[in-house]
Design a protein around this ligand. Structure first.
Ligand code: HEM
Length: 121
């Protein structure tokens, strides 16, 4: 999603500015713009997992990276992608460390914690 949407529920003056949000006003938060802003993420097009190290995260404002939104309407699935990523990484680890497993793959069901399908060689 490139933006987050909110409706202002009460009049609010943004501190340090003369910008006033009136009740009922629609607010568009340019999430993607922030994610690609070199001020927060130098060389934004570059694949650099180190951007998400604890040290790098501690150097920028928490709200400049909002892939799942924030606040009471934050994505309810915000833990789910981590879950899939971790499981897939785990399966890749299994595949590359166990030489007798040629074709390991993951099978996700409604109650899956982790399950692997091993096709013996
Ligand atoms: C990479 C995967 C995903 C991304 C990037 C993503 C991103 C988002 C974003 C940006 C929002 C808006 C949050 C806000 O306005 O503050 C949202 C809302 C939502 N997402 Fe996701 N989402 C992902 C996966 C999922 C999954 C797996 C589920 C369900 C299991 C899910 C269910 C929802 C629901 C129900 C909302 C509405 C929450 C509300 O309005 O209270 N999302 N998501």
């Amino acid at each position: 999603m490139p933006v987050l949407n909110r409706e202002c529920t009460k009049r609010y003056e943004i501190p340090g500015t003369n910008v006033i949000l009136e009740k009922g006003m629609q607010v568009v938060i340019p999430m993607m713009g922030m994610h690609y802003d070199p001020q927060y993420f130098p060389e934004p097009e570059k694949f650099d997992p180190e951007r998400f190290s604890e040290e790098a995260k501690s150097k920028r404002h928490h709200y400049v990276y909002l892939p799942f939104g924030e606040g009471p309407r934050i994505c309810i699935g915000n833990k789910t992608p981590n879950y899939y990523t971790n499981n897939c990484a785990y399966i890749q680890f299994i595949k590359f460390t166990h030489q007798n497993i040629k074709n390991a793959t993951t099978c996700f069901g409604p109650k899956t914690i982790i399950s692997e399908l091993y096709i013996p060689c």
